[in-house]
Design a protein around this ligand. Structure first.
Ligand code: GL7
Length: 826
């Protein structure tokens, strides 16, 4: 039976916008600025949301479902306005209402800053998961931090990245609710006083600490068309009391100042590192801050209508998004033992049944390890608990393996202990302290089991499982690509919106000439839309009829933007030296932020921009290739880019990209992948068929063999392959920069050992030729219009598996065991 769409009162909305403009700004519509109109409209939408939000809370209070707390340092939500409208099924009426008021919905949407409380894939995954949880009707809280400054805004000046603070809260956030009545205290430092109380119990009390007040802000997460509204709860820090004279009187002036400083610093800024840990003290404080507040809240919520804390896990699950929230394990133990007097064994039983951990990377620089002295100084009671968890776990290792033939027990301890070499190993704590460990794509999970976490897997295989990532089709098709979304609905109906496996039905159309033409026409329109954006932002005119070849993602050596640009450099040379050779026009589109301190990544950005400058202005090239670097790549412009991509560049060194999710977003929008057999690419190829993707390069097995044996020598390739030599030499021969030494560091990284790293750590030279070959195949395929249309359509038709709805349902069925909420949708 077809569900009735949610109701939305268009006239009420209109009146509400006018009223808000008046009461918020004392202005008429004519006088109001675009930003003020956006705010007025957003508040009007929030009114509609709040009703559903209250209904959801009421249903939850009555039905008492199990709740998942998705704990994450990052939620890369992107703009809320358009997405909220889509999920409220109110996009069209609001568009009409704004039209009638003489306003363009796109311009109103453009006034919203991108909430960028995340770096990249990991943070965006958390946002997609919340969308799916609400859409599937599960009760969920995202728990995170309300950073004052999110991911920095990127400006390109003279080809270099410049970081500018992201002041996303400058005009306030109309969708949030400040919940000061739910504030919690979080304690840092001091020491632990141990004594026996009047009942003979051993009491551990933290004393001499600093304390901050954690204040939650709630953001609504709207399910698609079902009236369910979940909550993203992000915490801000405030000093516990404003500057207090009495503490001054007591001689605590110093402490009062320190507490105030701590509070003002805690949530200032998101660390802008992707797949890399900076190891800063403030970061550990951020982690404990939002975890302590969230765990306290979850326990209190449970106790609102249950009295046996030993059964917390029946109604509560904590999913730890990477190791960043892992102190949750020890914090829950602390609360259970110190506040509710559970024995160690009882507390441990509850904790391990409540916590689950997702691993998102095998990059060694991303492995979180804290120095013991820092950890102990900042979190003295938590450290005691971690120490005891470790002691018992090491005991368990010894019991398991002592006396087993051929097993080196000390080696097992070395590889698995939580405390070792004066470090606290957060991944180990997360594995030991929970009941589920998952990787984010099949290949990644296999690598965890067979290599990175082999010893853990052997000791506790039952904990390990795979959950291949997914993305939400509501944002990345409905909102990003309305033309294609409408076309799909016209062909197969609209069930795909909440069941992406329906896309399979598009397979009936892949050989249909009319459908092919329509599909490619939509792609062309989206390319025109992006071309306008590029002209406006880069001042570069690109040809929408050329192949749009896109690599947008964080800049990281393992993602190999350098491989991509080196082949562009090579082709530039090739065209210059063979001016009459046939060449299908191509536009290379890059977008990437580099961590502020990551010099190689920043130099790669400069290189891309320098290459763009030379090629785009060289009359000999006759527009056969253009290179564009899109400034400030973020969720909002990503939506335009995905819709317009012909070719999806997914070229990480095999074994390094845990999953990738941009690959899925491009596939959904009908882009064809050129990629390595890495992360979720493997599963994409499996769905779409090898003939509809362009796969090249070393396999993960081969990469790992080379890494183990240390027998890779890029210099041999440089000396024997003239194409590779040419491309590399162009880095240092002045073609792309007057200063020939400017790009020398990149050249050196590829040919020599640098700072303890192997030469060409990411096998760029090794994969160069097979990458060129794959690109050649792409140009040939694209030249055959029908063939390309079929391939592109097949990609959209085969993307069903990659919805985050599927991922979330797997978590629910296999790990979380949540109950569906029953909400009367109005
Ligand atoms: C990442 C992985 O690098 C990426 O491949 C994956 O898709 C994503 C979500 O699981 O997680 N791991 C990581 O540390 N970051 C990622 O984006 C920052």
């Amino acid at each position: 039976m077809k569900k009735k769409p949610l109701s939305f009162d268009k006239d009420l909305f209109k009146r509400s916008v006018l009223y808000n403009v008046k009461t918020l700004y004392r202005k008429t519509m004519e006088e109001a600025t675009p930003q003020e109109i956006y705010q007025a409209a957003a508040y009007a939408i929030k009114d509609a949301i709040v009703d559903h939000w209250m209904t959801t809370q009421k249903a939850a209070a009555e039905q008492d479902p199990k709740i998942v707390y998705y704990m994450s340092m990052e939620f890369l939500m992107g703009r809320a306005f358009g997405n909220n409208l889509i999920n409220l099924q109110a996009y069209k009426p609001v568009k009409e209402a704004l039209d009638e008021l003489g306003l363009d919905v796109n311009l109103v949407e453009d006034q919203e800053p991108d909430p960028a409380l995340g770096n990249g894939g990991l943070g965006r995954l958390a946002a997609c998961f919340l969308d799916s949880l609400a859409t599937l009707g599960y009760m969920a809280y995202g728990c995170g931090i309300r950073y004052k400054y999110g991911m920095f805004r990127q400006q390109i000046k003279d080809g270099y990245q410049v970081e500018v603070p992201d002041t996303w809260l400058e005009n306030g956030n109309p969708f949030e609710l400040r919940r000061s009545e739910l504030a919690k205290e979080v304690k840092f430092g001091g020491y632990v006083n141990m004594f026996t109380d009047e009942y003979g119990r051993t009491i551990f009390r933290q004393e001499g600490y600093q304390v901050v007040r954690a204040v939650p802000y709630d953001l609504p997460v709207i399910g698609y068309g079902n009236g369910v509204v979940d909550t993203l709860r992000i915490w801000d820090a405030e000093p516990i009391q404003c500057f207090q004279l009495d503490s001054f009187d007591k001689g605590d002036y110093q402490k009062a100042v320190e507490q105030e400083n701590l509070a003002s610093q805690l949530c200032e800024v998101l660390y802008p590192n992707d797949n890399h840990i900076a190891g800063k003290e403030l970061r550990l404080k951020q982690q404990y801050f939002f975890i302590s507040a969230s765990v306290q809240t979850a326990v209190q919520r449970y106790l609102r209508n249950h009295d046996d804390i030993r059964k917390l896990y029946e109604k509560t699950v904590f999913q730890l998004n990477d190791t960043h929230p892992t102190v949750a394990v020890a914090e829950l133990m602390r609360i259970l033992m110190d506040d509710y007097y559970l024995s160690w064994d009882d507390a441990w039983d509850v904790t391990t049944k409540t916590c689950c951990y997702t691993n998102h990377t095998i990059m060694s620089e991303a492995l979180e390890k804290w120095p013991v002295d820092l950890f102990q100084r900042l979190l003295p009671r938590i450290y005691q608990i971690v120490d005891e968890i470790n002691r018992r776990f090491v005991d368990q290792i010894m019991r398991t393996y002592s006396g087993s033939a051929g097993i080196d027990v000390q080696a097992k301890i070395r590889s698995m202990a939580i405390l070792y070499d004066n470090q606290v190993k957060m991944a180990h704590l997360a594995i030991v302290g929970g009941h589920s460990v998952n990787g984010v794509a099949k290949l990644h999970t296999e690598i965890l089991k067979q290599r990175e976490l082999k010893d853990f897997y052997e000791m506790m295989p039952e904990k390990f499982n795979n959950k291949t990532n997914g993305i939400t089709q509501r944002r990345f098709l409905m909102h990003a690509n309305p033309l294609l979304a409408d076309w799909v609905t016209e062909k197969i109906g609209d069930d795909w919106i909440t069941d992406l496996s329906q896309m399979d039905k598009l397979k009936d159309f892949v050989n249909d000439k009319k459908a092919q033409a329509e599909f490619m026409d939509i792609k062309l329109k989206n390319k025109q839309r992006l071309a306008e954006y590029i002209l406006e932002h880069n001042g570069v005119k690109v040809d929408p009829k050329s192949i749009f070849d896109v690599q947008v993602k964080r800049l990281h050596e393992y993602k190999r933007q350098l491989l991509n640009i080196l082949t562009v450099m090579y082709k530039y040379h090739d065209i210059k030296s063979h001016p009459n050779k046939d060449f299908y026009p191509k536009t290379y589109i890059f977008g990437a932020k580099a961590a502020a301190g990551y010099l190689t990544a920043k130099l790669t950005i400069k290189l891309i921009n320098s290459v763009a400058e030379v090629i785009n202005n060289d009359p000999d090239i006759k527009g056969k290739i253009k290179v564009v670097f899109i400034e400030d790549y973020r969720v909002s412009n990503a939506e335009l880019i995905f819709a317009a991509a012909d070719v999806s560049e997914q070229i990480s060194t095999a074994s390094k990209e845990a999953s990738g999710t941009g690959n899925m977003k491009m596939m959904l929008n009908g882009a064809v992948t050129i990629g390595t057999m890495d992360g979720a690419n493997v599963e994409i190829v499996n769905e779409v068929g090898e003939e509809n993707a362009f796969i090249f390069g070393l396999s993960s097995q081969e990469v790992m063999e080379y890494e183990k044996n240390g027998n890779y020598n890029p210099m041999d390739i440089y000396n024997s392959d003239p194409n590779v030599k040419k491309a590399l030499d162009m880095l240092v021969d002045g073609t792309f920069s007057k200063d020939k030494e400017l790009f020398r560091p990149l050249y050196n990284c590829l040919l020599n050992k640098v700072g303890g790293n192997r030469a060409d750590q990411y096998f760029i030279l090794k994969d160069f030729e097979s990458y060129l070959e794959a690109q050649k195949k792409i140009s040939d395929a694209y030249a055959d219009k029908k063939r390309w249309a079929k391939m592109a359509l097949m990609n959209t038709a085969c993307c069903g598996k990659f919805s985050s709805d599927r991922t979330i349902q797997e978590y629910v069925d296999e790990v979380w065991h949540l109950d569906k909420l029953n909400v009367e949708a109005k």
